[in-house]
Design a protein around this ligand. Structure first.
Ligand SMILES: [Zn+2]
Length: 346
């Protein structure tokens, strides 16, 4: 009798412990930027004058920096004559994105024509550069980044075609603060700093430092490199790449689409404990976005209780590499419904 009562008590105690464990909240954070970097940098090159491909591209490749080329379809045809170098840039990991077919003033054309420009340049670039898909835009002349009703309408049209869009110098500072996107509309009004005169060329490193201090996103805009219009001389472009190299350990250097993806995923994702036992945890990292489009890995910092040591992290039987630090572990993985297994050493 006593024995049975004791067993019943133990049973209740155990089930309570496990129910406590099930409800136990994970102690984790998703890094503001990929790989726990302090700030993001995206080099953007507009229009597509030849030097962007003949001069800038080899330099970018030397530095293993992927940039975003917002190409104007007609400019590539007229100035570069061939899409071979555009394809080379894409295959090297650069993003080829939308800057329209004819580079119109969106504020001066009917909103239906804005939609046609967006659709037509996406269709053309997707067929001419088949190794990737266009999902971002820079507004020609920055039309769309303003505060008028038409600007808002331009952004609503952009939202039908793109995951984000870049405006031009519409903030009193040269970067985006981390919390720049309070609404979905803000992803279609990303601030950029024009590299246009001697001051913007000279202040490049300073602007990265300001971005680092803010934990934000620096998204400078180049036009001509060595040729074309609003020209940045090759020597200046080289110096800018050195400015980046000097701060590289703190910077996430990524394409425009990857930064938008990460930022959107990070701000809608959560990590949940699904089940656990002595051997480990089953977790799910998911967000509220379309996982077919939003496929960038997130950096997860997960606190591990004292006394436990992680042996392996895996997903669907595939190992996910992880780093051990003072509080726990860090790993990168794409948000989805597929469970993540964290195995402890016995
Ligand atoms: Zn332009």
């Amino acid at each position: 009798m006593l024995n049975r009562k004791y067993m019943l008590t133990m049973g209740l105690l155990l089930s309570c412990l496990s129910c406590f464990a099930q409800k136990q909240k994970l102690d984790y954070s998703i890094a503001p930027w990929f790989n726990n970097k302090k700030a993001a940098v995206t080099l953007t090159l507009d229009d597509g004058p030849p030097g962007q491909f003949t001069v800038a591209l080899p330099l970018l490749m030397q530095h293993h920096i992927n940039a975003t080329y917002f190409v104007t379809v007609n400019t590539i045809y007229k100035q570069l004559k061939t899409w071979d170098l555009v394809n080379k840039a894409a295959l090297a990991g650069n993003e080829i994105a939308n800057h329209c077919v004819t580079h119109p003033h969106f504020l001066k054309i009917p909103i239906d024509s804005v939609a046609i420009e967006n659709a037509e340049s996406n269709r053309l670039i997707d067929s001419l550069v088949p190794s990737q898909k266009v999902i971002t835009q820079a507004y020609p002349f920055g039309d769309g980044g303003g505060i008028t009703v038409k600007d808002s309408a331009i952004r609503r049209v952009a939202a039908k075609y793109f995951i984000g869009a870049r405006a031009t110098q519409n903030k009193p500072y040269p970067f985006n603060r981390y919390v720049f996107a309070k609404t979905d509309d803000d992803y279609y009004n990303v601030n950029s700093a024009m590299i246009a005169d001697s001051a913007s060329m000279a202040d490049f490193g300073k602007h990265i430092d300001q971005t680092l201090a803010a934990g934000g996103w620096f998204c400078p805009t180049y036009h001509g490199i060595a040729d074309g219009w609003i020209i940045t001389p090759e020597a200046v472009f080289k110096r800018h790449l050195e400015d980046i190299e000097n701060r590289r350990p703190q910077l996430w250097i990524a394409t425009f689409k990857d930064v938008v993806k990460y930022h959107r995923e990070r701000n809608s994702a959560s990590l949940k404990l699904i089940s656990q036992n002595a051997l480990g945890w089953n977790l799910v990292l998911n967000d509220t976005l379309n996982n077919k489009v939003y496929d960038h890995p997130l950096t997860v910092n997960l606190r591990i209780p004292k006394g436990k040591v992680v042996r392996a992290v895996s997903r669907k039987g595939k190992t996910i590499s992880h780093q051990t630090n003072a509080d726990g572990i860090t790993f990168n993985t794409v948000p989805s419904t597929t469970p993540i297994t964290v195995l402890f050493k016995r």
